[in-house]
Design a protein around this ligand. Sequence first.
Ligand code: SF4
Length: 314
Amino acid sequence: MSTNLAPSTSLTPQQKSQLAKLEKRLRRHVGQAIAQYNMIEDGDRIMVCLSGGKDSYAMLSILMILKESAPINFELIAVNLDQKQPGFPEHVLPNYLTSLGVEYKIIEEDTYAIVKDKIPEGKTTCSLCSRLRRAVLYKAAKALGATKIALGHHRDDMIETMMLNMFYGGKLKSMPAKLVSDNGEHVVIRPLAFCKESELIQYAQLKAFPIIPCNLCGSQPNLQRQNIKKMLNDWHENFPGRIESMFTAMQNIVPSHLCDSELFDFKSINAHSGIINGGDTAFDQETHFSSTSNDTSAAINVDQANVLNITEIK
Ligand code: SF4
């Protein structure tokens, strides 16, 4: 992400109007996510985790705007963990956050040295690094009296995570919009859950956020995630609407039509159970193909069935 963009004060009238529309859309999406998952309640003190990347800057910006107009009272405290990576520009976040007038805390913890010490050269460092980061941030949330921890993951992160879990983890799961942390002590929220990454990139450019590069640790990018991202981008190009549909599907789960017997009690189904979630359409093929699909065979089959007036199997 480039940082050498004009600051928002020197935007052209066209860019200003673009920014206003984009901000309105992001506010709406964040507001919807907050409402749908009851992410923020009266009296909350939200620890907003800032990495110095585009997403967390956008999250803080939108939450600050929403705070102004929200019908409830809540506090924001921006927190950054300085992991002592070589070349980390220590002054950038304090200067920026001071200019915003938001309460903030920079935590210094040399997790970089621990990671370098424990992980052999050439091996992936992200797993230990993020575990250490998580532990430090949980501790900070407690010390700062935060009632919620806000993370800047967006819709596309959530879809990528779902695909990664399916492809490599054998699980149908993603990043939760709101959940209790793995140590059972904190409520973690993702207010950008409904925001598209492309809009956050555009927003960061127009707002000229002082982006801190994310490769200071020298770690290789996660290749599996990069591949999934590329696959999803290709889909987006070739099949418009597919990504939106996938995210809608993540909010529209039908356990009776999947295979997890822990999630749905298949064993007790019998002829008296009634029609569950539309029932099993048995011999019909699904017909809801998108307009971009060329596969009309299923629709033809259903039409043929109608013509033949086949309404029940005896
Ligand atoms: S990319 Fe670097 S800083 Fe980020 S999690 Fe991996 S090791 Fe840590």
